[in-house]
Design a protein around this ligand. Sequence first.
Ligand SMILES: Cc1cc2nc3c(=O)[nH]c(=O)nc-3n(C[C@H](O)[C@H](O)[C@H](O)COP(=O)(O)O)c2cc1C
Length: 181
Amino acid sequence: MKSIILYGSQYGSARRYAQALSTRTGIQAVSRKDAPPLSDMKILVYIGALYAGGVLGLSRTLRGLPSQNIQKLLIATVGLADPEIPQNRENIRNALQKQISPNLYAKAKIFHLRGAIDYRVLSWKHRTMMALMHRSLQNKPTEKWSEEDRALMETYSKQVDFVDLSSLQPIVNELKQEPDL
Ligand SMILES: Cc1cc2nc3c(=O)[nH]c(=O)nc-3n(C[C@H](O)[C@H](O)[C@H](O)COP(=O)(O)O)c2cc1C
């Protein structure tokens, strides 16, 4: 059965998850930048890092993809905010709905994974974005911070790695339900 794992990753944490999932399932993992034509894929897994609420590359990669051909669509987000907190999951899902067509969204099974950040290697653009957000949050009363704001402030300027490959297990289980894999 035609299947693929695509990843949208800037600094490597979404790629690490995608490669580990590939090892566990035997499905090839490919950067979204090198994605082959997807119209005849039956199983599509997209693992994408969160940047300012959006999943890196997701809209562009899935744009125009007819949902009826796909048998299984799994989307996993990778971000710093703790996905165990319901408010974070809700925010991510609300943003996701705006990034893909309603048909694809209805078909998708959504998972949330936790990522990593190392301020020493951030691009100038990303470092500036984080500095601006940090400054604006400093001017906001802490009780008004969302859980995502809190995650940003707690990790600001640090090197943290929350990548936990065991959190891939629900995705592995979902894929193992496919008899032809
Ligand atoms: C500019 C910027 C914006 C970010 N926005 C979010 C966000 O909205 N939500 C979140 O949970 N994490 C956010 N993050 C953290 C990244 O999602 C996290 O570092 C992720 O692991 C990066 O994945 P990658 O290493 O595959 O690029 C942001 C990081 C940067 C640098």
